[in-house]
Design a protein around this ligand. Sequence first.
Ligand code: CP
Length: 313
Amino acid sequence: MSWNRKHLLDIQSLDVSEIETILDTARAFKAVGERAIKKVPALRGKTVVNLFIEPSTRTRISFELAALRLTADVINFTAEASSLKKGESLKDTAQNLEALNADIFIIRHSATGAPHFLSRFLRGSVINAGDGAHEHPTQALLDTFTIREHKGRFQGLNVTILGDILYSRVARSNIWALLKLGAHVTLCGPSTLVPRVFEEMGCRVVYDVDAAIENADVINLLRIQHERQRKTMFPSINEYTSLFGLSKARFARTKPDVLIMHPGPINRGVEINSEVADCERSVILEQVTNGLAVRMAVLFLVNGGKGPQELAH
Ligand code: CP
């Protein structure tokens, strides 16, 4: 079990053993987080930059806390208060931060490929925290970590992703990870947001929500990503909720041990009924907790860590 990459840019290019190395390293860091002293010196003397050019609550804060738990110095770059507003380019911004000896850049950007672009000229490591509708690799890793904790396997597991798939980087990263790990992936939502082209990746595409959820071991709900949609994709929010929302009635027809997941932010009463979001089968807040361990693992590995064997003590 060994990791040899300097960057984490996507899930698509990872092999199964690399995904498993991250998940196993995250398990070791989760154990560290349960100790009285939760800090380790793995990144002492290193500087981590949170370069978020798009809004975020969970990802930015958990990367910040992960870096602090690893004893790194952290710079939180705020786009709104930066010289990006005066016309400075992303490349110049990043190179100025690197001139201050930053070692790891965590980037969220509305443009697909922004982290890949930075990785071509920065000397430090680059971690993709979400690029446009392309990928959100640490979200898929924390989702698979949470599924593995509850189900203990991926082989043959039925995972349904329900909602706006077309504009979702979370969906793409989850699809890559789950298929590589051996799960069956079903996608469901309005046909305008779930084109059949996803079948070419190896997913089942269905437009009948009851058929999509009846045999699901995991249901991962996605919000409508209005910020990325350039035209109206369905007649109304009310119609969307009535046709595709996870209501109490629909939830009652799912398997008794189904896991309900959502990457957040939730739009209660739209893609998910509020009582379903808070029910005992929901692991939505556990996903957030696991995100911290996964991001500690990713920071540790891109900084030269090899795997969980280095954290045995
Ligand atoms: N799941 C997720 O990426 O949430 P944030 O946008 O709040 O980071």
